[in-house]
Design a protein around this ligand. Sequence first.
Ligand code: NAD
Ligand code: ZN
Length: 391
Amino acid sequence: MRALVWHGKEDIRCDEVTDPEIEDPRDAIIRVTSCAICGSDLHLYHNFIPAMMPGDIVGHEMMGEVVEVGSGAAGSLKKGDRIVVPFTIFCGECIQCQRGNYSVCQRSNRKKEFADKVYGHSTAGLFGYSHLTGGYPGGQAEYLRVPFADKTHIKVPDGIPDETLLFLGDIFPTGWQAAVQCDIQPTDTVAVWGCGPVGQMAIRSAILLGAKQVIAIDRLPERLSMAEAGGAIPINFAEESVIERLNDLTNGQGPEKCIDAVGTESHVSFKHPDTIVDRVMQMNMLSSDRPHVLREMIYVCQPGGILSIPGVYGGIVNQFPFGLVMNKGLTIRTGQTHVNRWTDELLRMIEDKLIDPSFVVTHTADLADGPDLYRIFRDKQDSCIKVVLKP
Ligand code: NAD
Ligand code: ZN
């Protein structure tokens, strides 16, 4: 079969590889009908997440048709079922799964011993996301083996296009969980850093959850326009001071809730300092350009507020002003998304036409064009926001 394969930094190719097979009774094999490129894939592309090996198949947003089912999954799946595959693999039985904490499932990471040494406690197995999360082949491919398939699936109805359902496996629940973690009140201002696909889903979710105002921060006009169309007030960080504008929009109080939908690869956004405090801030911000967004939101968030962080961070984060977090009494909530925890309510919202997540799709292409589309998505060329590939 054809698959997108990681060969090294900024080197992803469409290769001919061996078809997957059932390896465990709980497995299923799907024929992938659609898959997407995620902002998280860019961290692998840039080689920020260690433990990728040449030959690894990438991709963790995919859906398709079940073509083979192991005996242990036959009770819940059958040939011909249409499923979205959540990016977090989960057993459904361990203590964490029983709590709905699927992204920290204790059994699905088949390289747990290795990952525990690095992390203390490892995360769940993830598709196409390095040997720290199990080294499982990903779904930017014609076929995918789904481990623990009796649990790790989202059954979806016919009659709704792939593009509307595909994002149930990652970015839609990711934006939703980020907003839910904010405990949004009707009086809240929610500021969202990053208007990529995850930020867009977080913005729509915050609005659906009844925030008073939602503010969207980015520098790319087409992404800010999409956020504005969804009901947010845009701030272009390349043109204006984010902190000044956020304070203006909240009578000097700052937003009650802040969402970091950028993660480890943030650009520096500080603009036009002209007070001593601004200059100190700027020194602090520029002392190392990352994690820029995290510092900015700790600084501007209203005391007692919540920082919700779906953005991915790997390894050690330096220059993290924890004293400010403590003194302002901020709450930090973060994590990989517990995808299946949110499935029922999100699928219902799609069926009730409250939201159609396909609004983010700007590019659709053949799997073979994947390597070019990685570059285009990385460089935000051609107003690219979300890429869907058709194997
Ligand atoms: P993306 O790269 O398309 O979007 C990131 C956006 O952030 C870009 O539009 C960029 O212009 C903007 N940005 C950069 N610096 C900024 C700054 N200083 N201020 C404001 N905006 C800034 O990626 P995406 O697909 O939207 O993903 C966003 C993040 O979410 C990534 O870190 C990704 O790994 C993470 N993610 C997490 C989960 C999870 O389970 N927690 C799931 C999916 C994605
Ligand atoms: Zn993702």
